[in-house]
Write a protein that binds this ligand. Structure first.
Ligand SMILES: Cc1cc2nc3c(=O)[nH]c(=O)nc-3n(C[C@H](O)[C@H](O)[C@H](O)COP(=O)(O)O)c2cc1C
Length: 511
């Protein structure tokens, strides 16, 4: 049997990395700060190609860009260095520096578990107006590209994606990768989930910015893993490609030169590294080995529609264009930062409705345009004007929330979010849950990757929508089974993928 089809591997990984009260409180894992990995991949031997730092905003309102980012923009644009610089800055660049007694902490455009920044971006492109064809790495630390290979290697990605239609015409393709150790240092084997969480928040930003710039972009998750990793010179035991994003549409791709080995020096991340075999096992089990497997993998899953609301429905009331704030997508990304504390104040139903309407489709090779999402949004409402506090499920087609259970659930929300104050104090907590069985049935183990990624992209959009609305947000981790139990019987059998808390930011508690 094809490895990807043996979905026991996913259940084993998923069960084995669930958080529970018991697993968290009995964990012996200590953070070894002496051995903390660098949050950057650095190639000391390669010349930096500085990216232009003029990053004028597009002027496109964030909420408009988010809403439109569900569909692939139409256009023929050929990106140049200036446009690439904007895309890279607003998806994975450094947007904030905070000084502390031991130095400086650098924060990025997209949120990331533990601020460990294990996701890197690579670029594979044809000759662009001001950049020669090649394979490049984006260095966030000095905002520069470095050329790993010279020449037009896009044909290798066309081959690896079995002629995926957007890849076959794209003048430039971005690739997200994760170096596991940079995240597993803290999160151990659960870091594999974070590969998709943390590339999802980057992709939410990227898709909003490409939409604002009318640059076609699509998320491609079906590819022969080994071929993409080899092109980028990754050691797949440590670092792997996760998703491709072809950009632009007007540049037919020819055959790539031969892809020889790359042996480029990179700065050691830490004194030593620890392998988590569970990560390598699930990654290998969800890998595709040849073009025919990729071609068969691509497509949409048929996930049963949500049953029509049986509980009391509450129609949503998103702000209209006139009422909605107009801050540009770039301004919103620049001021985004995870709320460290929420005030226990209500948000309005209009704010919650507008934030929820940013959840939508993704132009991707694992979906059909307009098709059903793999994840459903379940919500704990703590304080939203016009809604009784309680638990809800979101019906996007009806633009309504269905009340599942009325009640004050701040304590429960805090417990589900690993006993943190943030979800208890938030105005609303949005949990993305998926029914993994049909997803794995259709996509094999690789379905786990796309279910996590889809949830994270929509979680990233919620983050941005909250900041566009003048609110705060934070991603949160959770006790898996307790989340499903809390929303059951409606959520029976589903698995929690991602959690975002929304509310009014408050100053941190003193001390
Ligand atoms: C998926 C996800 C889960 C997160 N979980 C938590 C959490 O459980 N507790 C917390 O305080 N912050 C959490 N965060 C917030 C990160 O710590 C934060 O994104 C990171 O420190 C970078 O800071 P910034 O978002 O302000 O740029 C999470 C972020 C993401 C994306």
């Amino acid at each position: 049997m094809e490895t990807n089809r043996d979905v026991e591997a996913t259940w084993e990984y998923h069960e084995g990395t669930k958080h529970s009260f018991q697993s968290v409180h009995s964990s012996q894992h200590l953070l070894d700060f002496e051995n903390q990995p660098l949050p950057f991949k650095i190639y000391p031997g390669l010349e930096p190609i500085p990216l232009p730092r003029e990053l004028e905003p597009s002027g496109v309102p964030a909420l408009e860009a988010l809403a439109a980012s569900a569909a692939e923009p139409e256009g023929e644009r050929l990106p140049d260095l200036k446009l690439l610089a904007r895309l890279l800055h607003y998806s994975a660049g450094i947007t904030k520096r905070i000084r502390h007694p031991h130095g400086e902490m650098l924060f990025r455009a997209a949120s990331c578990t533990g601020a460990l920044y294990h996701i890197d971006l690579y670029l594979v492109c044809a000759d662009l107006p001001d950049l020669e064809a090649g394979v490049y790495h984006f260095g966030a630390h000095d905002f520069a590209l470095r050329q790993l290979r010279r020449g037009d290697f896009r044909g290798e990605l066309v081959r690896a994606t079995a002629d995926e239609s957007a890849v076959s015409l794209a003048p430039a393709i971005l690739i997200c990768s994760s170096t596991f150790w940079r995240n597993s240092w803290k999160y151990q084997a659960r870091a594999y989930r974070h590969c998709f969480w943390d590339s999802g928040t980057i992709l939410a930003n990227l898709l909003a910015v490409t939409t604002a710039r009318r640059l076609p972009a699509r998320v491609v998750c079906g590819f022969v893993d080994d071929w993409v990793n080899r092109l980028l010179g990754l050691e797949p035991q440590r670092e792997v490609a996760l998703a491709l994003v072809p950009l632009g549409h007007n540049s037919p791709v020819g055959q790539a030169p031969k892809v020889g080995p790359l042996a480029l020096e990179t700065t050691p991340l830490s004194r030593s590294e620890v392998d988590y075999p569970a990560i390598q096992a699930i990654h290998e089990a969800s890998s595709l080995a040849e073009g025919a497997q990729v071609a068969a993998w691509r497509g949409a899953a048929s996930v049963a529609p949500l049953a029509p609301p049986a509980g009391r429905p509450f129609p949503l009331r998103p702000l209209n264009d006139r009422e909605a704030p107009h801050d540009s997508i770039e301004e919103v990304i620049s001021r985004r930062g995870s709320s460290r504390r929420f005030a226990r104040q209500p948000i309005s139903l209009e704010q919650l409705s507008t934030a929820l309407s940013s959840i939508g489709g993704i132009a991707a090779d694992f979906r059909q345009s307009g098709g059903r999402l793999l994840n459903d949004a379940y919500i704990i409402v703590n304080a939203v004007e016009g809604l009784p506090p309680g638990s809800y499920v979101y019906h996007p087609d009806e633009s309504a929330l269905e009340l599942l259970r009325e009640g004050e659930f701040r304590d429960e929300a805090g417990d589900l979010g690993l006993e943190q104050a943030l979800p208890a104090d938030a105005s609303a907590n949005v949990f993305f849950l998926t029914d993994l069985a049909p997803v794995l049935e259709r996509f094999g183990n690789r379905g786990y990757r796309v279910a996590q990624l889809e949830a994270a992209i929509n979680g990233g959009r919620l983050y941005l929508a909250a900041y566009a609305l003048g609110l705060g947000a934070t991603g949160l981790t959770f006790y898996d089974d307790a989340v499903t139990d809390f929303f059951s019987p409606h959520a029976e059998g589903k698995s929690a993928m991602f959690l975002v808390a929304l509310g009014h930011p408050a100053r941190r508690r003193p001390g």
